[in-house]
Every structure is written in C-alpha cells, then in structure tokens.
Design a protein around this ligand. Structure first.
Ligand code: SF4
Length: 244
C-alpha cells in the first residue's frame, strides 16, 4: 500500500527534465501558477489522527512531495518540521525524489546520522550531463536507501560508473507524459536495464511516456497504456537475495 503526502505545492524549474513539468501543466489548466509556492492543508498529514489512531496506518509507503521538490530553497523554513514528522512516524517509509541533491547536506536534520532508516531518496537524472553532475554527490551523501530516477529520460545515459550495488537500491527509468512530451527511445532504456543487470542492481521500467521511439519508429502511447507497455517490455531486473 502507498499514500501521497504533499506538504507544500509549487516549484521552480531547475533543469531540462522540468521542461514539461506536470505540476506546472496541471496548475496552468486550472489557471493557477505553480511558481507560487505554498504550504498545503495536508502539511501535518503523517500526524493526523482518525478514529482508530493515525490516519496513515503503520507499514505504508508515503510518496512525499510529488507536487514540488522536497529540497526546494523556498521550502527551507518548513522542512525541519517535515523531517520531524518522518522521525516521529518511523513505522512508515517515506520516499522523495529530487533534482536538487546538491542541497541535501546543508538541510539535513541534526540527528540524521547515516540516514533515517525509513527514508528513501531518489536522485533524478534526465540526461548524461545531469547524471554526471548529480550522481557523484548522491553517492557520497549519508543516505540509507538510494534510487536513481531516469525519468523523464531525454537521452542515452551511461550509468555504469554509478551502479554500485552496495549504495544504489534501485534504478527506475521512464519517458515523459502529457502534452508536448519529448520522445523516449527504447534503446536508451534497454541500455540502462542491461547495465543494471550486469552490475546486479535492481531496475524498473516505470512507464514508456507518451512518445516511444523503437527501431526508428515513433509510437504514441495513450496514458492508460504507458505502464502496461513498459511492463510488457519485460526488462525489469530484481537481484537475487542471498539468504544467510
Ligand atoms: S523539480 Fe520537479 S516539481 Fe520542480 S519544476 Fe522540476 S520537475 Fe517540476
């Protein structure tokens, strides 16, 4: 099971992958400006109580801050409270993705140590330049659970220098969705999948995106089919667990 927790809403575009950001697209469709950052009514969701205890029951995965970037500069005054809620709800597992991994070290809570056991950090890399810029930082930070997120994948990426199975839990890849989506070439995804397999790192092809190029042909994939088509490609990899 999983739930979403969006403590704040709005963002600032930071790199190529933000070009067709769904937060801006959806807000624009409702005549709102996603550039105006605001705290959400949901801010205290992890601590909110229902009739039988917390509204979010123990054991849930909480996808955090998917209508912003958790490490956004404008959210600095609020993040300490968000960390505190993650610390208080150690019975949940929080997952956030960021394009601002270079900010993490300067905004960690004082008791972070080698990382909270219940927090996974995803570092997004949409092309080779962003991978080479962000992943060397990502790999050296104190984080218990790391995911590399190549989505929206905008070019081929050679991830091999970064596929350390001791430090990377998983790699995800996927194309871009929505109006104006840029094409994703299946060979880019396949190369990453093969590199993960060779390095014995878990890989998940999340979704094709709206425009999939395969063997030189361009296909439009409707939204409802994008995850299914990715699954049908059959290129996910799960490393064998060693039983001691
Ligand atoms: S960092 Fe994420 S939420 Fe922010 S503009 Fe870029 S894609 Fe959108």
């Amino acid at each position: 099971m999983s739930v979403s927790w969006n403590p704040w809403h709005g963002c600032v575009r930071v790199s190529e992958g933000c070009g067709n950001c769904y937060v801006f697209r959806i807000d624009a469709a409702h005549e709102k400006n996603a550039g105006e950052l605001r705290l959400n009514a949901d801010f205290l969701l992890p601590l909110r109580e229902g009739k039988n205890g917390y509204k979010i029951p123990s054991g849930e995965t909480v996808y955090t801050c998917f209508s912003s970037d958790f490490l956004l500069e404008g959210a600095d005054p609020w993040r300490e409270d968000a960390w505190r809620m993650m610390r208080l709800r150690q019975d949940l597992h929080f997952v956030f993705f960021t394009k601002r991994i270079q900010r993490l070290a300067s905004v960690l809570p004082s008791d972070w140590g080698e990382g909270y056991h219940n927090v996974t950090v995803g570092c997004t890399c949409e092309n080779q330049a962003r991978a080479d810029q962000r992943l060397p930082i990502f790999l050296t930070l104190p984080i218990r659970h790391r995911i590399i997120v190549c989505e929206p994948l905008l070019s081929a990426i050679d991830l091999r220098p970064y596929l350390d199975r001791q430090r990377i839990d998983r790699v995800c890849a996927g194309g871009e969705s929505g109006e104006g989506a840029r094409p994703c070439d299946f060979s880019w995804v396949e190369t990453i999948a093969n590199d993960c397999r060779a390095a014995d790192v878990d890989f998940h092809y999340h979704q094709t995106g709206a425009l999939l190029r395969r063997d030189g042909k361009l296909y439009y994939i409707p939204r409802r089919m994008q995850s299914l088509q990715a699954k049908r490609a059959g290129i996910d990899y799960v490393r064998k667990k060693v039983l001691l």
